[in-house]
Design a protein around this ligand. Structure first.
Ligand SMILES: CCCCCCCCC/C=C/C(=O)SCCNC(=O)CCNC(=O)[C@H](O)C(C)(C)COP(=O)(O)OP(=O)(O)OC[C@H]1O[C@@H](n2cnc3c(N)ncnc32)[C@H](O)[C@@H]1OP(=O)(O)O
Ligand SMILES: NC(=O)C1=CN([C@@H]2O[C@H](COP(=O)(O)OP(=O)(O)OC[C@H]3O[C@@H](n4cnc5c(N)ncnc54)[C@H](OP(=O)(O)O)[C@@H]3O)[C@@H](O)[C@H]2O)C=CC1
Length: 257
């Protein structure tokens, strides 16, 4: 746990902050003093989370935006800078995923996921990066990865490919923007309880239990464990860490390959 006030005076944008892991990241950042700005498509879901963060004493706002829509992303982030004067941190968390055999995947199915995960992360990162460079530098970005991006997964090739792209984007921009004091990293969770991934990908009978059996530490992650890692990498305590991928999967991917 970071010291209280670690993000005081900072503004953090979290895509997909209205549910799952993104919501928990937003709560942690708000508790550490950040003003959190949540992006997502469903206004009702955003309103609910924003209200609950405010009730807990945090500062939060929500903006309805589809991260695939470059113009909307730019307009929302410009409004955030107008309202709060700055953006310091970005979490690329929004994602879509479903299981489909690659030979059966339609072009639209591929595009839906790749445009959310890879294009959406690019739209947000480039827009925030330009703001950070223009103001004189500093700031950090964390993107959420997935273990199939590292080892492959036959039924989620769209997601695995897009997340591998996000990892390459992170490393590339970490080199390009290091001289501006901007750090970019990836956090790669294993299956995490109480999230869209569980309901979307592990709903088939026995799938959740079968995955559990393959985890050396004997349980799935919880959302707080992922959020703790994200807040660390965003914070000044990780000031010399950039272009890295922190895998938090209870050892699930050890021994593969
Ligand atoms: C190894 C162990 C690791 C264990 C470790 C665990 C790894 C977990 C890794 C990652 C997890 C996550 O990302 S979890 C995140 C889960 N959360 C979500 O998915 C929430 C957001 N999802 C969504 O909004 C939707 O599901 C999504 C389809 C992506 C986008 O919605 P849209 O409205 O834009 O798209 P739609 O118009 O509905 O659909 C677009 C096209 O996709 C097709 N499509 C949609 N669902 C489909 C499906 N189930 N099967 C086939 N095709 C589908 C449609 O038919 C369309 O194609 P046509 O018919 O041809 O037009
Ligand atoms: N949960 C897990 O076990 C794992 C998750 N991950 C990654 O963690 C992240 C969070 O996953 P999880 O918490 O399960 O996801 P959820 O499905 O619970 O949440 C996804 C969030 O993304 C938002 N979102 C989806 N599409 C868009 C879009 N086009 N534009 C803007 N917002 C969008 C959703 O809001 P709305 O629908 O309102 O737009 C929602 O808030 C993802 O990047 C995922 O790939 C990686 C490995 C494991």
């Amino acid at each position: 746990m970071l010291p209280p006030g670690s993000f005081e005076g900072r503004v953090a944008v979290i895509t997909g902050g209205s549910s799952g892991i993104g919501e928990t990241i937003a709560r942690h950042l708000a508790a550490l003093g950040a003003t959190v700005v949540l992006l997502g498509r469903r206004p009702d879901a955003l309103r609910e989370v924003v209200a609950s963060i405010r009730e807990a004493g945090g500062s939060a706002a929500g903006f309805a935006a589809d991260v695939r829509d470059r113009e909307r992303v730019e307009a929302v982030l410009a409004e955030v800078v107008d309202r709060y004067g700055r953006i310091d941190h970005l979490v690329n968390n929004a994602a879509g995923n479903f299981r489909v055999a690659p030979e059966e995947m339609s072009p639209n199915a591929w595009n839906a996921v790749v445009r959310i995960v890879l294009d959406g992360s690019w739209h947000c990162t480039q827009t925030v990066g330009r703001h950070l460079i223009a103001r004189g530098g500093g700031g950090s970005v964390v993107s959420i990865g997935t273990t199939p991006a590292l080892f492959g997964d036959p039924d989620t090739a769209h997601s695995a490919s897009a997340k591998a792209g996000v990892l390459a984007m992170t490393k590339s921009l970490a080199i390009a923007w290091g001289r501006h004091g901007i750090r970019l990293n990836v956090v790669t969770p294993g299956l995490t309880d109480d999230t869209g991934a569980v309901s979307q990908l592990f709903a088939a009978e026995g799938a959740y239990a079968a995955n559990l059996e393959k985890i050396p530490v004997g349980r799935h992650a919880n959302r707080d464990e992922i959020a703790e890692a994200v807040t660390y990498l965003l914070s000044d305590h990780a000031g010399y860490v950039t272009g890295q991928n922190l895998v938090i999967d209870g050892g699930r991917s050890l021994g593969i390959g």
